[in-house]
Design a protein around this ligand. Sequence first.
Ligand SMILES: [Zn+2]
Length: 236
Amino acid sequence: MEQEDRVRCQVCGKQKRLAEVVPAAVVREALVRQMRDGRTEWDENGYICAEDLALARASYVEQLVTDEGGELGDLEQEVVASISEGDLIAEDTNETFEQQLSFGERLSDQIAAFGGSWRFISIFGAIIIVWIVANSLLSRFFDPYPFILLNLVLSCVAAMQAPIIMMSQNRQEDKDRLRASHDYQVNLKAELEIRQIQEKLDHLMNQQWQRLASIQEVQVDMLNELVRGGGRDSEG
Ligand SMILES: [Zn+2]
């Protein structure tokens, strides 16, 4: 039991205790490929020490992220930071967007919303009808037929409404862009977190293997004792 089994780590070549290594067979394919890179000899049934495995994992994840987009952009860096700090990235984009709107922008949104409603159409239609009827029935009213002042008012309303609607549309686009980049961040984070969970599962598997290995050591010792005991019995 006391003779500690020392095995050689395939990556750094150092002799390690059995508790400090994991068998190459339980390490994920991609990580093995990462560590095999540039190595001629590789034993499928060999061992890898825990430090080398951690190093390989880190460089593997980094490579995954950089492979996707070439370089880490601002969005990806935010995601990586939020993963390392463990905080949430999901947020209400609508709320964030509303908060950074100025008074003018908010006003134009409200005007555009009102201008695009049935309420506006009915109120405006009613005003026009009242205007026309009043000016037709009461002769010498302020805007007699052909209602030139009404024409002017309508043109002004149309002229003001168009830029207000365009402003509001631009803002809608900004909002969509914000939402899209935010969705991308959330997706990227989910993907990376899932990968981390996979790594953790691998780690759990390794731990179980180590427990099994130590149990097996005990069993081998017990077997040895049994064999020795049996030999003595047949001799005596
Ligand atoms: Zn090693």
